[in-house]
Design a protein around this ligand. Structure first.
Ligand SMILES: [Fe+2]
Length: 285
């Protein structure tokens, strides 16, 4: 979970069995009809259907439950097809408008049923960008960012993305059609302590949460780490969790009155004090 909070994604390489990948290629090529927004999984994908079996793979089921909890809704799904030598790439974007929710988040499952080579133009993403809120293609003019990732993966790979992660489909320069199946999920429960938390307080968790990425400059990195601390508070329910004192400092607005002090002995105002008051009042007039 700390990896997901820092990176904005979780990658599970080659976890779908080869026979299901074979089946998926023809399933996706035939097209998958749309469903109404916010459909429960059992209604969207009947028992035995390929998407339902995909969601039943233990690693997929466990990751989804850890991230959004039981009984998520299917926001929407889509088959993404990159034709051979199609000549253009998708601009860098987030699949979201500026999302003003507190810390709750959707996840997008991306399933790659075939080997994806660099030439096939795997999905581009920018690790650690998910908490930098943008409006859809606001980031479209950025062509390449330091530390960006182009997905090259074996068949049967599933990646989960935070809805805010900056990403885009790269141009397919190969002779092979590239398929990807995307499903976006909305949580229906509070996303708190939904994963195996037996190592919640291990030093590796703190280390992961303070990880920086090459596109950060110093001030940027501080903002991302601040936002991660807020996200970790939300995920754990620990209202005092912090990283390098950032949230504690920024939320420090004491409301306790100072202890009363003895009243000073009253003395006549000096002329200079009286003048200062007059200047102050004149300035406010
Ligand atoms: Fe997208």
């Amino acid at each position: 979970m700390a990896h997901f909070v820092a990176h904005g994604s979780l990658r599970l390489d080659g976890i779908v069995p080869p026979e299901m990948n074979e089946e998926a290629l023809s399933f996706l090529a035939a097209g998958v009809p749309g469903i109404p927004f916010g459909t429960p999984v059992p209604d969207a994908y009947p028992e035995g259907s390929l998407p339902r079996r995909l969601l039943g793979i233990p690693q997929v089921e466990g990751a989804l439950r850890s991230l959004v909890g039981p009984d998520p809704l299917v926001d929407h799904h889509a088959v993404h097809i990159r034709e051979p030598k199609e000549g253009s790439a998708q601009p860098l974007h987030a699949d979201a408008i500026i999302d003003v929710r507190g810390r709750a988040f959707d996840v997008q499952l991306m399933y790659y049923p075939q080997d994806v080579t660099l030439e096939m133009g795997g999905t581009l993403s920018v690790p650690g960008s998910h908490l930098r809120r943008v409006n859809e293609t606001d980031t479209g003019r950025y062509q390449n960012l330091l530390g960006q990732s182009r997905l090259v993966c074996p068949a049967g790979t599933v990646v989960f993305l935070h809805h805010g992660l900056w990403h885009g489909g790269r141009r397919n320069d190969s002779d092979t059609v590239r398929y990807m199946f995307k499903i976006r999920f909305n949580p229906t429960v509070r996303q708190q302590l939904l994963w195996d938390t037996s190592d919640l307080h291990s030093p590796e968790v703190h280390e992961e949460l303070t990880r920086t990425f090459p596109w950060y400059e110093q001030a940027t990195g501080r903002l991302e780490i601040y936002n991660r601390a807020l996200m970790w508070r939300f995920l754990t329910g620990d209202a005092r969790f912090d990283l390098d004192h950032w949230v504690t400092r920024v939320t420090n607005e004491p409301t306790t009155a100072a202890p009363s002090t003895p009243t000073p002995t009253s003395t006549p105002s000096s002329p200079s004090t009286a003048n200062a008051t007059t200047e102050f009042e004149r300035g406010n007039a």
